[in-house]
Design a protein around this ligand. Structure first.
Ligand code: NAD
Length: 433
């Protein structure tokens, strides 16, 4: 059979889809694709993920066990990454892109996924990268690996990038309603990816090429990172100037245009906001030799928030003739965001470390985390909130899950620092960031 040339690659619609990496991004994508009638293979390198899914268990907040049961009933097939990759019409890569030890991009998982796809790739197939990375990754890293199959991207198979915009825990924006950005190596690659995503979401937005789609994701997350840093720095100054930052932000928010609200907090966490801007600054600096000052400043300010929160805790204790040394500090809400059982990169970790180094003992309460440890830092998990409040000298509200009894916290905490601006400062024992 002759190998098809660019523009006339087999134009049959995608029927089988293999998703590589079934985490917070890959599993909801698989659920949506199954729901939309595609035959879906889900591949993961973690045995517990595949074994759990085969047994009907979800490991991701936004997908429950009933969703997994429905997926399996409709033919969803979980596959161990050590097994041969099934042939599919399209492959979507949703593997992690952490930072390496030197703070640069770690593309190990993307490379591994690419090598695996190269073993199964057939003419006319579509490969899409969804993992966040620096501009150029799809073309200069993934493309070369896929082409080790002997097929060429463009003439023989389609190659595209489509950033994921999933926001774990946000039920207000279901998968199909969030526009999907798509960029292709060639116009035909772009169109093939558009055809796939148009079956999954209402709106597909195309870019000129791969780099623009890769850059779009980094702009979104850097925008959040920088604006969170701005309000965090404002919060510190407002405290010194005796201005209620929360009241001021709410007033500013009444402007119907030109302002988007961002809230201060104890620092940023999760897989994206503290990491993705580094991908951008690393790329900009490697390509241009110039410093991306905004990203560095935002990084410095946000990374400094846990120590700042610790200094506010110490000040509240000192004002009452107590010391941090020997105090029992209760941290409430450990995950990096509300209503998500994900503690990756949580600022609670460095905060606990600063407090313990200052001589405090740290109690932890988070109804979403049955277990959690702050690495080498000793902490005590107290599952019952009332008991935890009775045991502590000061409570710190870090994350407001909707299942948390905020009134109980406000009533029972001997001293309370609210880093989320959710509790009224009705008593002198209560402070907000
Ligand atoms: N979590 C989010 O909110 C979010 C949002 C947008 C974009 N992203 C980006 O999407 C990508 C995935 O993030 P995530 O949060 O889903 O990560 P995750 O850690 O939740 O899931 C990744 C999964 O990939 C698996 N995996 C790792 N290497 C593999 C390999 N070689 N083959 C098969 N499976 C492999 C892991 O076992 C894991 O289950 C990252 O680049 C991230 O930056 C994440």
């Amino acid at each position: 059979m002759p190998i098809p040339r660019e523009g006339d690659i087999d134009g049959e619609p995608v029927q089988t889809l293999a998703i590589i990496g079934l985490g917070y991004v890959g599993l909801p994508l698989a659920a949506r694709a199954v729901e939309c009638g595609l035959e879906v293979y889900g591949v993961d390198s973690a045995e517990r993920v595949i074994d759990g899914l085969m047994a009907g268990k979800s490991h991701v907040d936004d997908i429950d066990d009933d969703d997994v049961a429905r997926m399996l009933a409709r033919g969803f097939r979980p596959v161990h990454a050590t097994d041969p990759l099934p042939r599919a019409d399209a492959y979507v890569i949703c593997v992690p892109t952490p930072l390496s030890e030197d703070g640069g991009p770690d593309l190990t998982a993307i490379r591994a996924a690419g090598h695996s796809i190269a073993t199964a790739l057939t003419p006319g197939a579509l490969v899409v990268l969804e993992s966040t990375s620096y501009p150029g990754t799809t073309e200069t890293v993934l493309r070369l690996i896929l082409e080790s199959s002997g097929l060429r991207a463009g003439p023989d198979f389609h190659l595209a990038f489509s950033p994921e915009r999933i926001d774990p825990g946000r039920a207000s924006h279901p998968f199909g309603r969030v526009p999907k950005v798509v960029g292709g190596l060639t116009p035909a690659c772009r169109d093939a990816a558009v055809d796939l995503y148009a079956r999954l979401v209402d709106t597909v937005v195309t870019t000129r090429g791969l780099r623009e789609a890769e850059m779009a994701k980094l702009i979104e997350n850097t925008y959040r990172h920088v604006n969170i840093a701005l309000v965090n720095e404002l919060a510190r100054f407002c405290d010194l100037l005796d201005i209620d930052i929360w009241d001021a932000i709410s007033a500013a928010e009444s402007k119907p245009f030109g302002f988007q609200r961002f809230d201060p907090g104890p620092g940023v966490g999760g897989h994206c906001i503290p990491i993705d801007p580094n991908y951008l600054s690393h790329y900009v600096e490697a390509e241009t030799g110039e410093q991306f000052r905004f990203v560095h400043l935002a990084q410095e300010i946000n990374a400094g928030m846990p120590a700042y929160v610790a200094s506010r805790i110490e000040r509240m204790l000192t004002e009452r003739d107590r010391t941090l040394k020997g105090a029992r500090v209760l941290l409430i809400g450990i995950t990096y965001k509300a209503d998500v059982a994900d503690a990756r990169e949580t600022p609670a970790m460095p905060l606990a470390e600063v407090l313990v180094n200052g001589g405090a003992s740290v109690l932890i309460h988070d109804p979403l985390l049955p277990e959690w440890s702050a690495g080498e830092t000793p902490t005590t998990l107290v599952p019952d909130l009332e008991e935890a409040l009775a045991l502590c000298d000061i409570a710190v509200l870090l994350q407001v899950h909707s299942c948390l009894d905020v009134d109980l916290i406000a009533r029972e905490a001997p001293l309370l620092l609210d880093t989320r601006g959710r509790i009224a400062r009705e008593a002198p024992r209560i402070e907000r960031l």
